[in-house]
Design a protein. Structure first.
Length: 229
């Protein structure tokens, strides 16, 4: 008679279903947490984009013996005529910059500053601007690298915050000139609170997004099948 084969060996090596289920749950939770942290890092831009302009509010000034600001303001360069430091029409703080050159001036003043940039990077450019008389014939031109925009006096009859996105194609060097020229035939242009910040554009890979969704759905489906009746 042939001996009867014992099933004790297979019983001893069989896996404990509860242990397998627990291990699956832990692996699933870990995968979701890791992918969630990764996605959070991809979507989160910088907490604060630093202003690359030095003394953009013109509040740091060199004063003469009578307490009057001496032109140019620290961090800036002035060439040409008609530019002065003003304390009457500031947007915030104490000082702003006044542009009073006329259309007939052979050398209208230019306020400029070289800022540190990254070639091909786009930038947010903003500043507060006011034309004291609001004439449509008055012009105010801002440039940053290859970018240029002109504003007329009737567009800034009171302080207006002008905001532009400078394309990366207009930024070609590690140092880029920021410049302002104002033409006003009757009174002055007033400039304050100049800011240039890098544009942050998060681009999470689409395959990672789909992978996250698929992983989450599979884990949830596995938990439902493993749940006790």
């Amino acid at each position: 008679m042939l001996p009867t084969r014992s099933n004790s060996s297979s019983s001893e090596t069989a896996r404990d279903p509860s242990s397998v289920s627990l291990r699956s749950f832990l692996m699933c939770d870990t995968a979701i947490i890791v992918i969630g942290i990764t996605l959070g890092g991809l979507f989160a831009g910088p907490a604060y984009a630093a202003n690359l302009v030095t003394n953009g509010g013109f509040e740091t000034e060199n004063l003469d013996g009578f307490g009057n600001p001496v032109s140019p303001p620290p961090g800036w360069t002035i060439t040409g005529d008609g530019i002065s430091i003003d304390s009457t029409f500031s947007f915030t703080g104490t000082y702003d910059i006044a542009f009073g050159a006329t259309a007939s001036d052979p050398s209208p003043g230019k306020l400029s500053q070289a800022i540190t940039t990254t070639p091909g990077q786009a930038y947010n450019l903003s500043f507060a601007l006011f034309d004291e008389v609001g004439q449509s014939t008055d012009t105010f031109t801002v440039t940053l690298g290859g970018f240029s925009q002109t504003i007329t006096g009737n567009q800034a009859t009171s302080y207006t915050t002008e905001t532009f996105v400078v394309p990366g194609a207009d930024i070609t060097g590690a140092s880029t000139a920021l410049g302002f020229v104002g033409i006003n035939n009757i009174a002055d242009w007033n400039l304050d609170d100049v800011s240039v910040t890098a544009v942050a554009i998060p681009e999470p890979p689409m395959m990672l997004l789909f992978g996250t969704l698929a992983t989450t759905l599979l884990c949830l489906a596995g938990r439902r099948r493993s749940a006790p009746d």
